[in-house]
Design a protein around this ligand. Structure first.
Ligand code: DGJ
Length: 732
């Protein structure tokens, strides 16, 4: 079925049917111009109107002012853009305070428009597609009393089981109004058995997969940190009770936004679900002047009836093909070494030189100089905001180390934390008011630093100028953009009292503005995002920066879980994954170099250790692994990724990569704790050509369908804790 948006009239109801070969999304206009949700899921050829909502008398569900019976209520009908105060007691998608103090709205359908292609949203990271690859349905809704127009955008792509939604609100009145809430999407779903899938986490333990029952009432998954944060990824899913990686129904919702977000899952008394996602409305208030518009971020809504792997493939495809804008999105990513866990801030030129030279011997391709090269920074109490070289540590500036790195055939990368300022810095001494603070309140510290108000142009301009001076001073091929605290005492000193509710969103818009400018000015620099590990790992960031440091937890055993959970939404090529020293600084765990390498080689690999401390055996392994990675990089970074065994429920973890023509695959298997009388696990593969024969690690042979249906025993007897195994499959 081709990409299409069909508009028809059935039984006096205007129906919109968005479809491609994979999904259909159907909505319509019922009595009283109510925009009604009918269906989102597997593609259907046509829709005859069978889900027109039954007219039913539901007690305590109010009716329209001109009603002649009690059978039709906003409180029960499944909607696409519900309001509060005119009959619906469920969560509204929109709340607007009007000049008379009322917050009641009621939006009625007013028209639609269909356009080809998908433009990015101005100022916001968002999806994009050429004119033949996507269509956008824009539905216009109007509240005639509040004098507001809402435009709901629905994008369907030719090649994805994904619909993208966002909302725009316009003030058509003559007075200011205040937007208190504007969800990016809202959908009502009839009684169902779905469970909630979410990715909660914490520092060094990001994106842990959790599935739970949905009970009556309202469940909120959110962040109030002005950052998407470690604690709650801007994602949730609805899954059938029997969902597995390879079977069952799964919906996923991912907000393309890096600030405070909120997802609401409400089960009403009739067991209908209302799900919503958008900017967090906590302390949010946006002053909308006459004729002004407010645009919400976008939500990617993916569907699969073939389990979680298939759902993830939709997100991976969307992020790589329709979200990322970097020229490196589809380009091979280098093997890097980062000096952070090797030296922390205790380094000088001589120490770095040794690391760089050794890294070149190990066939590493990029050296990244992390925190501590600027101002007079020797620990985390100083110098953020002073982006000039610390001459005590690097007397010949960055050029000497950059030149050496290039002479040895490697690229050179540098760490920045542009959004931050230390109290002990020239920048803070000159502009203490640039740190986000509330007048007359003490300012909380976190990691001994403050957040610069990137919502303000002059602040951004200063940091931008400083950063450009560094980037222009020598050859820099890669930048790691870090962000190590969340905002407290939030306030924007440029804004009047009635606009303080805009501060959080203006901050993140400022960050986006900065990122757009810097990545446009330096298109050849590969940017990697970071936030105390993977604290702001979201699709908004990936729009500007095609890879992200997944977690400060470099313990390979924990990393199996973190990378497994992260892959639910984000492709392996977006994840930084490094081999670090043992015992691991986070956990004290000692895991051999093979296990550590295999976990790192499952994403954008690299090293986070002092290479001079490696034993001869480890050096040999590292060189072998790097050469293996280079040969297989295309497959790992751009192949189809399948999760096979979840480390969340078992003592194991497994995943695999398959190339586009299914001629090659790599399977990785991790056994955590050794067990006596080891219970044998059968490993069944995915994504192979069922009719092709594969050689496994060059010797044993089996057909694709046998490997996928019957499987094999990957491990018979663990000799020690933390066993890792790699199986390379080649079609013969
Ligand atoms: C937090 C990051 O996640 C680390 O990788 C490192 O860059 C430190 N910040 C440096 O301060």
């Amino acid at each position: 079925m081709n990409l299409q948006i069909k508009v028809s009239t059935v039984d006096n109801t205007t129906i919109f049917h968005l479809s491609n070969a994979k999904v259909s999304y159907i909505l319509g206009v019922e009595d009283h111009h109510v925009l009604t949700h009918y269906y989102f899921g597997k593609a259907v050829k046509s829709y005859s109107g069978l889900l027109k909502y039954p007219r039913l008398d539901r007690s305590f569900s109010p009716n329209f002012s001109d009603a002649t019976d009690r059978n039709y209520s906003l409180n029960t009908i499944p909607q696409e853009f519900p309001s509060f105060g005119a009959g619906d007691f469920r969560e509204p998608a929109v709340v607007v305070e009007q000049p008379n103090g009322s917050t009641i709205t009621n939006f009625e359908y007013a028209g639609y428009q269909i356009t080809d292609g998908k433009e990015v949203l101005p100022g916001l990271p968002s999806t994009h597609a050429d004119s033949s690859d996507a269509k956008v349905l824009t539905i216009t809704l109007v509240d005639h009393v509040a004098k507001l127009t809402a435009k709901l955008h629905y994008t369907i792509f030719a090649d994805a089981a994904t619909i993208v939604r966002s909302t725009q609100l316009q003030n058509d009145g003559t007075d200011n109004v205040f937007v208190k809430r504007l969800a990016s999407m809202s959908i009502d779903i009839p009684k169902n058995r779905y469970q909630l899938l979410q990715l909660p986490g914490r520092y060094a333990e990001e994106r842990q997969i959790r599935i739970e029952a949905i009970n009556p009432g309202t469940k909120v998954l959110d962040s109030k940190r002005s950052s998407s944060g470690h604690m709650q990824s801007p994602f949730f899913g609805l899954v059938s009770p029997n969902v597995t990686e390879n079977a069952g129904t799964a919906y996923g919702f991912n907000l393309i936004y890096s600030g405070s977000h909120k997802s609401t899952i409400q089960k009403d008394p009739f067991e209908q679900l209302r799900i919503q996602m958008g900017i967090n409305d906590f302390n949010f208030s946006w002053k909308l002047a006459p004729n002004d518009q407010f645009q919400s971020p976008e939500v990617m809504m993916a569907f699969s009836d073939q389990g979680l792997n298939d759902l993830s493939h939709s997100f991976h495809h969307m992020i790589l093909d329709h979200v990322m804008t970097s020229k490196y999105a589809k380009k091979p990513r280098p093997i890097l070494i980062n000096n952070w866990e090797a030296t922390y801030m205790d380094f000088d030129e001589a120490k770095l030189e040794k690391i760089v030279k050794k890294a070149a011997d190990l066939d590493i391709e990029l050296f990244v100089l992390d925190d501590g090269w600027f101002g007079h920074r020797n620990d985390d109490t100083t110098s953020l905001g002073d982006w000039y070289v610390n001459k005590k540590k690097l007397p010949r500036g960055l050029t000497a180390i950059s030149d050496l790195t290039h002479q040895l055939g490697m690229k050179f990368g540098l760490w920045f934390e542009p959004e931050m300022v230390s109290k002990d810095s020239d920048l803070y001494r000159a502009h203490p008011d640039w740190a986000i603070h509330t007048p007359n309140r003490p300012l909380s510290v976190a990691r001994d630093q403050y957040v610069l108000d990137f919502g303000r142009q002059e602040v951004r301009d200063n940091v931008f100028k400083q950063m450009c001076a560094v980037l222009d001073s020598t050859t820099i091929d890669y930048v790691k953009w870090d962000m190590n605290r969340n905002i407290t005492e939030l306030y924007n000193i440029d804004l009047p009292a009635d606009q303080q509710g805009e501060a959080a969103h203006r901050y993140i818009l400022g960050v986006y503005d900065f990122m757009a400018k810097i990545t446009t000015r330096y298109p050849n620099i590969l940017f990697e995002g970071c936030s105390g590990g993977g604290g702001r790992f979201d699709a908004g960031m990936l729009y500007y920066m095609p890879q992200y440091w997944t977690s400060d937890n470099t313990d390979a055993v924990e990393r199996v879980k973190i990378q497994y959970g992260t892959s639910l939404v984000y492709p392996p090529v977006s994840m930084g994954a490094h081999v670090s020293k043992v015992p691991n600084p986070n956990t004290g765990r000692d895991v051999d170099i093979h296990f550590r390498s295999l976990v790192a080689n499952s994403a954008d690999t690299g090293y986070e250790l002092d290479p001079l401390t490696l034993s001869d055996d480890e050096v040999k392994t590292v060189i072998q692994e790097n050469n293996w990675y280079k040969k297989n990089r295309e497959l790992i970074q751009f192949g189809q990724f399948y999760r096979l065994i979840s480390p969340f429920n078992t003592n194991q973890g497994s995943w695999m990569f398959v190339n586009a023509d299914q001629s090659r695959a790599v399977v990785m298997f991790f056994n955590m704790m050794s067990e006596p009388s080891y219970p044998l696990t059968v490993l069944k593969l995915q994504g192979l050509d069922p009719d092709a024969k594969y050689a496994i690690n060059g010797h044993q042979q089996a057909m694709g369908d046998e490997l996928m249906t019957i499987g094999f025993y990957p491990l018979v007897k663990p000799e020690h804790d933390f066993t890792s195994l790699k199986f390379e499959l080649t079609k013969i």
